[in-house]
Design a protein around this ligand. Structure first.
Ligand code: IZC
Ligand code: ZN
Length: 413
């Protein structure tokens, strides 16, 4: 038996349970002072006051002394585009001159520039670069994440990206959920024929992804000048028929009906929602859709911030994720997105913690295993160089991650 005992936890903060926390529950966090955690064969067998630890907890265990520090569940980043070729720093002058995100895409840049580089790079090159990102995330306390394809826009390269995601899941400590985002942009080959591209994707790419079991989710970028609501619906329904659960990039720039579509197709989550209106939010609430919000993207694109307080009021469960990608958010720093959750969204520290733990786990289908620290869950926890959770959100820009324990194993730094 593999046994790890984490002792002298000054403060343990965690949500509880294995389902989404919405409304008032979004802010419900259990806080235990002077706590400890026992992890056996990767799973938590005790987590609570140290004074009540089971007899013999330390016996034969690897001891990790938290020395009075804060402990939380491992953070979960539920939205990344982590596997890509090249970067897009050359777009900065365009940005500074006032070109918008969709203007750059229309000029053949943006996503299409990343597609060019992703097609050119070999699977091994993409893997090596992405593995570096995974380690960067782990070092910040992120122990599970979602990753999308979407920079191939043809069968060959979409599959290549998804195979890289599978390799990362198998070879690194990160728990990874995989999403097929073939409908991320209309490729040059189908310029002015988005319907033709959607047909081809549904006929050829999606079945190959499903057959090779390379993704659990199917996503679409439902946006002005990208895919309209009907095209998005076709993609998501075709994915559903093949067993891929729908999620959707909705209302990032314009509210064209993506949030309503999310409700109608039973999407697990709708992502971005910067421009979400009352109608859209009502559809999310009615459909039980999780709102995956990406505040660092608002920051980088210099946009407004999603109407989160209204979402919480409407009982929509909220997640905060990084959106790491080379175009609209070149930062994989989830703690920074969390800071914005506090400072810009005006979420409480407790609401932010729920957004990056149990709600994030629900949005990537890992809620039975991850997202909270309690008996039966996987022993994924982070020891922070902070006395409390507020300190972490307050000290923006610093990495306060002290030790990451993944399935009971402390990771080397
Ligand atoms: O590469 O620009 N919004 N997709 C939708 C992105 C941003 C990623 C990108
Ligand atoms: Zn995205």
């Amino acid at each position: 038996m593999n046994k790890t005992f984490v002792k002298n936890i000054g403060l343990l903060c965690t949500p509880t349970g294995s389902r989404v926390h919405a409304g008032a529950e979004q802010g419900q966090i259990t806080k235990i002072e002077n706590a400890c955690a026992l992890i056996e064969d990767g799973k938590i067998t005790y987590c609570g006051p140290q004074a009540e630890a089971p007899a013999g907890a330390e016996q034969g265990a690897q001891i990790v002394d938290a020395q009075g520090r804060l402990v939380t569940p491992g953070l979960i980043d539920a939205h990344t585009h982590l596997v890509f070729g090249g970067w897009r720093q050359h777009e900065i002058p365009l940005k500074l001159a006032g070109a918008g995100y969709l203007d750059i895409l229309r000029m053949g840049g943006g996503i299409l520039s990343t597609v060019k580089h992703t097609r050119e790079e070999t699977e091994d090159q993409l893997y090596a670069k992405s593995l570096g990102f995974v380690h960067e995330m782990l070092a910040m306390g992120v122990t599970a994440c979602e990753m999308k394809s979407g920079y191939g826009l043809n069968t060959e390269t979409e599959l290549k990206q998804l195979r890289v995601i599978r390799r990362l899941a198998e070879s690194s400590p990160m728990d990874v959920a995989s999403t097929f985002l073939g409908a991320h942009a209309v490729p040059e080959e189908y310029k002015d024929d988005a319907d033709g591209y959607v047909d081809q994707m549904i006929r050829e790419t999606l079945p190959a992804v499903a057959e090779q079991k390379l993704a659990q989710y199917c996503d679409v970028f439902c946006e002005t000048g990208v895919f309209d609501v009907e095209q998005s619906r076709r993609v998501l329904e075709a994915g559903k028929a093949l067993g891929l659960k729908p999620r959707i990039h909705a209302d990032e720039i314009d509210a064209i009906g993506g949030a309503q579509l999310a409700g109608q197709v039973g999407a697990v989550s709708a992502e971005h929602l910067i421009a979400a209106d009352e109608d859209g939010m009502a559809a999310l609430a009615k459909g039980g859709v999780i709102a995956d919000l990406l505040p660092a993207t608002s920051f980088y694109l210099d946009k407004t911030f999603a109407p989160v307080r209204r979402m919480v009021e409407l009982g929509i469960p909220v997640v905060i994720a990084s959106d790491f990608n080379p175009g609209s958010c070149p930062s994989l720093n989830l703690p920074f997105a969390m800071n914005l959750g506090l400072l810009r969204y005006k979420l409480t520290p407790e609401e932010v913690l729920t957004a990056v733990t149990i709600n994030a786990a629900c949005s990537i289908g890992m809620e039975d295993r991850l997202g909270s620290l309690e008996t039966g869950k996987q022993g994924d926890l982070v020891i922070w160089d902070a006395p409390d959770w507020e300190m972490l959100l307050y000290r923006f820009g610093s990495n306060l991650c002290h030790t990451v324990i993944k399935a009971g194993q402390p990771l080397a730094r």
